[in-house]
Design a protein around this ligand. Structure first.
Ligand code: NAD
Length: 383
């Protein structure tokens, strides 16, 4: 009769552990970002060229953008013989949620989508993140082409491969890295974007300049009027410059693994306090507006800690004013609002489990990362 159950460990024959190295060919991480007025007309053609022959394309958009720009994009795809299935969700951050994501997946299944098909994301950062995550998850991943229509999505959200939805516990908590097949940035979309959203995108552009290029920073300030006049001859090259700065940063650290040096962590400049203000405003502030206040806070901290000269905060404030962005930081640090910002910061700190890694500048174009206790952080930026 054989013994039941595992043998005592002393009686087990010692077998050398076997290690098999599974070699996965390195995923190709490069993708083209095509920038220029009218490039969207080439979408169908480029999609065919880069992806071979998807039979179906889901054109995912929101109910502001689709009525304005959906027809043209759909026509460009159909001209290449692609069957287009439009999926339109409600505009706004509230659509970046699991039920909306699952609904998209169900619509793809219902329309008979398979692994050879593709998704085109046409909209702001909300659509890019939502459609990108649907592409990452559907049948373990299908290609996505990003066609950003807000300035913020053109210069920031569409480049870098981060896609996500929000959870009740916080923003972007369910996500993935899913690099796009290509990004099509057509500045002509900006003709229908309102000034407040345009300024919100300018905040992220200013961030790229503040971190990586004083020249870009000053060019943006000098071009403020051209932006609000939608002078595309001025705007298009500046978008390309800003995308280039972000692309170089994400290229150095595609999976956000490097905490120091010149990795993706730098792109959090203005986002630590900015994000807390965005939460405290109950998302009443646009993302870039909150980042603008966060950038002021970060430079104030640098000045208070003598990491930068006293003129840095004023330099940033005057740039934000030119770009029609808010600068009234103190309003968000006092009274009820201040308490709400502090709570949001404490919540973020709890998640990061210790000190806050805080990105600041010693001067425009020269970033650094410091580690800081969140109470000190708050005390230093409060006047
Ligand atoms: N993945 C990333 O790396 C990354 C980076 C930054 C921000 N984000 C995410 O991006 C989102 C914010 O992006 P956003 O500011 O573009 O927000 P959004 O997508 O909500 O767009 C802002 C508003 O502008 C409208 N809109 C967009 N393009 C338009 C156009 N051409 N004409 C008229 N209206 C237009 C939208 O319908 C919406 O009402 C946030 O969810 C944020 O988390 C992601």
């Amino acid at each position: 009769m054989s013994e039941r159950g595992p043998k005592p460990s002393s009686a087990r024959k010692r077998v050398k552990p076997i290690a098999i190295d599974v070699r996965v060919p390195a995923q190709t991480l490069s993708y083209p970002v095509i920038i220029g007025c009218g490039v969207i007309d080439r979408l169908g053609d480029e999609l065919r060229r880069r992806h071979g022959a998807p039979t179906r394309v889901a054109l995912i958009s929101d109910d502001n953008v689709f009525p304005l720009h959906g027809d043209g994009v759909q026509a460009s795809l159909e001209a290449q013989g692609l069957k287009v299935v439009p999926i339109v969700v409600a505009a706004g951050e509230a659509s970046k949620q699991v039920p909306v994501l699952l609904n998209i997946v169900e619509q793809l299944l219902k329309a008979g989508f398979g692994r050879g098909d593709a998704i085109v994301a046409l909209g702001g950062g909300v659509i890019g993140d939502l459609a990108g995550l649907a592409a990452a998850l559907f049948m373990r991943g299908i290609p996505v082409v990003q066609c950003p229509t807000s300035l913020l999505a053109q210069v920031d959200a569409s480049v870098g491969g981060k896609v996500a939805v929000d959870l009740p516990a916080g923003k972007n908590l369910l996500g993935a890295f899913h690099f796009p097949l290509a990004v099509f940035i057509d500045p002509e979309f900006l003709s229908t974007l309102d000034d407040r959203q345009l300024a919100s995108g300018l905040a992220e552009m200013l961030k790229h300049g503040a971190l990586f290029s004083a020249e870009h920073f000053h060019q943006l300030v000098d071009s403020a009027d051209a932006f609000f006049a939608r002078d595309l001859d001025v705007i298009a090259p500046l978008i390309a410059a800003s995308v280039g700065l972000k692309a170089a940063c994400v290229g150095r650290d595609p999976w956000e693994q490097s905490n120091a040096g010149k990795g993706r962590v730098l792109l959090n400049f203005g986002h630590t306090i900015g994000h807390a203000i965005e939460v405290a405003s109950d998302y009443g502030l646009a993302h870039g507006e909150a980042v603008a206040l966060g950038m002021r806070a970060a430079t104030r901290l640098a000045c208070a800690k003598k990491l930068a000269g006293p003129e840095l905060e004023e330099q940033v404030v005057s740039a934000l004013e030119r770009l029609r962005l808010p600068t009234d930081l103190d309003l968000w640090l006092e009274g009820e609002r201040g308490a709400a910002v502090e709570r949001a910061l404490a919540h973020d700190k709890k998640r990061s489990g210790g000190n806050v890694s805080f990105v600041t500048l010693s001067e425009i174009g020269d970033p650094s990362v410091i580690s800081l206790n969140f109470r000190e952080l708050f005390a230093r930026v409060r006047r």
